[in-house]
Design a protein around this ligand. Structure first.
Ligand SMILES: *Cc1c(COP(=O)(O)O)cnc(C)c1O
Length: 302
């Protein structure tokens, strides 16, 4: 195979299912919990990363930009997704990685999918637009994609989740890193005039910043509740309580979750359930945003 053939249509034809979870606590509280399995969309372009990239890539393709340039930490799911999507849809890819040069399974995957990695120190990393301009400012094929894929296009892709749902829910929960997925879900709910209550579980400390981020993406956001007490010390930080919960969850459901995002999401939902946050008869939907390649860091001694 040679180089970058403009491949097929930018599409992954997969409608992720909603599966009901059965658990004694759910039965006791008379609440039903469903999981939208976006983790099944693709093994590497998984979950919300495909939702977020879809219209970004469509725009890059329409503008005839064959080189995607993006940004992330050394364990970024977004870097892997962009590398794989680039390979699949015929783009070159470059990833700026925050911090000193390291090797890990996640970055190896990026390289396997053909991504060129450029490590930059934390100070330089802060100004992404500037990094892009310095290195690729005169490359007409280069296309800037912000860290985590945050953009208006990304919210549009996430909004489509709502149109796929087979029933109405009283509550919809997602994990939040940048808040883009949350903003997109809000757009989708508002667009269909549903009455679903929207909830975000920030995985970073001080998660209230999500409100500003959502506002930047959607000036009149659909109202949502933020549950900011489930960060376990900050991004990618874990505590034995969380690990214990994840093991029990996986072994009783057959659904894998990981400690960075979805572990905290489901921990929050079950904690709220314990605390009688929900009403009898409520139907809850949790969005499984994928991110399972990030699991590899558990094996590497973290
Ligand atoms: C990136 C990621 C998120 C965060 O999504 P945002 O739109 O940035 O809030 C959530 N879950 C998983 C598994 C992710 O990889």
């Amino acid at each position: 195979m040679s180089g970058q053939q403009p491949t097929a249509i930018l599409h992954i034809d997969f409608h992720s299912p909603e599966e009901e979870l059965l658990h004694p606590l759910l039965q006791e509280k008379e609440v039903r919990l469903f999981v939208k399995r976006d983790d099944l969309i693709h093994p590497f372009i998984s979950g919300n990363k495909w939702r977020k990239l879809k219209y970004v890539l469509a725009r890059a393709q329409a503008e005839n930009r064959r080189h995607l340039v993006t940004f992330g930490g050394a364990w970024s799911n977004h870097l892997v997704a962009t590398a794989c999507a680039g390979a699949k849809f015929g783009f070159n890819t470059t990833g700026f990685v925050r911090g000193e040069e390291v090797e890990n399974p996640q970055l190896s995957l990026c390289r396997i999918f053909g991504m060129v990695l450029r490590f930059v120190d934390r100070t330089a990393y802060r100004d992404k637009k500037d990094l892009f301009a310095q290195h690729y400012g005169d490359d007409p094929e280069a296309y800037f994609i912000d860290e985590g894929g945050a953009s208006i296009e990304a919210t549009k892709g996430c909004a489509e989740i709502i149109g796929e749902l087979s029933q109405q829910y009283d509550h919809l929960f997602c994990a939040c890193g940048t808040g883009t997925t949350l903003a997109g879900l809000g757009l989708g709910i508002a667009g269909k005039e549903l009455h679903t209550r929207l909830h975000g579980v920030p995985v970073l400390k001080g998660g209230d910043f999500i409100r500003q981020e959502v506002k930047k993406l959607t000036p009149h956001p659909y109202p949502f509740d933020l549950h900011t007490d489930y960060h376990f010390g900050g991004y990618a930080k874990i505590k034995p309580e969380l690990t214990h919960f994840i093991r029990k969850f996986c072994s009783s459901s057959g659904i894998l979750i990981e400690p960075v995002y979805t572990g905290k999401l489901f921990f929050a939902i079950f904690d709220l359930l314990e605390k009688d946050y929900f009403s009898h008869g409520d139907r809850i939907l949790a969005l499984h945003t994928g991110g399972l390649t990030g699991m590899q860091w558990m094996k590497s001694g973290h």
